[in-house]
Design a protein. Structure first.
Length: 423
């Protein structure tokens, strides 16, 4: 059998890289604009980190973690998400004491042993932010605003923001009892996953993508969450803040998030045309997580967006992300004996910061020109005996279709000037 990438994983080929780089540039620019600093945490973590944060009863922990024992019998996992790792790093490096309120941004691979399908992968990439150290509803507003700004700057044409509040722990206890009462009559009609969620993590039923479960959940039009006065005031302030920031949202849905650490505000951006896996970004507040992982009581909020899903929802060619422009110089030699001269010239260009490429396989000049076009070079620098004797070079501009022979010094000067300008 031919060797293939594992199911649910994929190669990002050179032709896809410009879209990824452009997206990463865009989100980094916006993160800076909102004063979030980048953090990078390991791909490997202790399994207990996610058991204690995401929660024992969640799908992620119950069946989606890639986990193994290392040689010293420590249970290790490939991180399924970023929030828990970032809170661990925040505590481990005493960021609470060093910077107090930490606004952190991240981007990287995550791993979940899910059943792969359109928009659902086993290795995928997220970017996200975590603002740790504030209870203010304005931070919720800022995180949601930033999330929307990032999605639209990446070229997402349309998305819908779902908003809800899951309240505090006592509110959640009341809501889960209420939801259980409501759904108990229909329990046998729920899918098998939801039947086991019913006892273990009832809020996950609200998140089920199966039509039959959705129909049952949506029969009752009102949210099971009845918030205490403080949580209600927080939620009202978030909604007012979003109104004044001009961000429209839908808070009429029966919506909750299935990770254990959420409290109060939860939200999800859903995009059109993605089918069942339509959540491109999601997040919320998690006011107990820092404490649960051994730190002081600390308010925190964040979100993460799935890069593959986002790229699926962004039409190719409409954003600045997909234009591949001609770039660099292809050094072509008129005969194989000039390869060493060609190599010397390529090195000279590279040392000046100019991208240079060439063929070492003694191809004909015609084949080299074809190759230069294929690799999208901007110029071909043709080096022949005559050019060598006169210390000149024949320059073909592949974009413009023009050609001229100029002194070599002038060529290098012009090119390095253009390269400096590009940077
Ligand atoms: P999540 O809802 O599990 O939340 O994931 C966030 C986003 O990651 C999803 O909306 C989706 O776009 C993408 N995603 C998740 N699983 C997959 C998958 N198997 N394949 C492709 N994309 C996927 C979290 O991860 C939380 N840590 C978000 C958060 C940050 N909450 C507070 N701070």
């Amino acid at each position: 059998m031919e060797l293939q990438a594992l199911r649910g994983t994929s190669d990002i080929l050179p032709e896809d890289i410009p879209r990824w780089l452009s997206l990463e540039r865009t989100i980094r620019r916006l993160a800076r604009l909102y004063s979030y600093d980048e953090i990078r945490t390991p791909l490997l973590e202790e399994a207990s980190l996610f058991r204690r944060s995401v929660g024992e009863t969640t799908d992620i922990v119950q069946k989606e973690m890639f986990q193994f024992e290392d040689r010293s019998n420590q249970l290790i996992v490939l991180r399924p998400e970023g929030t828990a790792s970032i809170v661990r790093a925040y505590l481990e490096h005493h960021l609470d004491k060093r910077i107090g309120f930490a606004k952190l941004f991240y981007c990287g691979a995550m791993f979940r042993a899910e059943r792969p399908q359109a928009g659902r992968f086993r290795q995928f990439h997220q970017f996200g932010v975590e603002a740790i150290g504030s209870h203010s509803p304005w931070i919720d507003v800022e995180a949601i605003t930033l999330c929307q700004a990032m999605l639209s700057a990446c070229g997402l044409p349309q998305s819908r923001l779902w908003l809800s509040s899951m309240g505090c722990k006592p509110d959640q206890l009341r809501a889960s009892q209420k939801l259980r009462e409501r759904l108990s009559l229909h329990r046998s009609s729920l899918c098998s996953d939801c039947q086991s969620r019913f006892d273990k993590n009832i809020f996950r039923v609200l998140d089920c993508k199966k039509e039959s479960c959705r129909a049952i959940v949506w029969k009752e039009k009102t949210s099971p969450f009845i918030l205490c006065a403080e949580c209600q005031a927080h939620y009202d302030q978030v909604r007012q803040g979003l109104h004044s920031a001009g961000i429209s949202f839908d808070d009429t849905g029966i919506f909750a998030r299935g990770l254990d650490y959420y409290t109060r505000t939860v939200f999800e951006f859903r995009a059109k045309g993605l089918g069942a896996q339509d959540a491109v970004a999601a997040g919320g507040r998690y006011n107990h997580l820092v404490e649960e992982l051994g730190g002081p009581s600390t308010g925190a909020v964040g979100f993460a967006a799935g890069i593959e899903r986002l790229l699926m929802a962004i039409p190719k060619g409409t954003s600045d992300s997909s234009t591949v422009s001609r770039h660099g110089i292809y050094v072509a030699v008129t005969q194989p004996t000039l390869i060493a001269e060609g190599f010397r010239l390529s090195q000279q260009l590279r040392e000046k910061g100019i991208a240079a490429n060439m063929d070492y396989d003694s191809k004909s000049l015609k084949a080299q020109l074809r190759e230069a076009d294929k690799v999208q070079a901007q110029y071909v620098a043709i080096l022949g005996e005559a050019e060598l004797a006169q210390q000149s070079i024949t320059v073909k501009d592949l974009g413009q279709g023009t050609q001229r022979t100029i002194p070599l010094d002038q060529f290098i000067q012009e090119m390095s000037h253009a390269a400096n300008h590009e940077q």
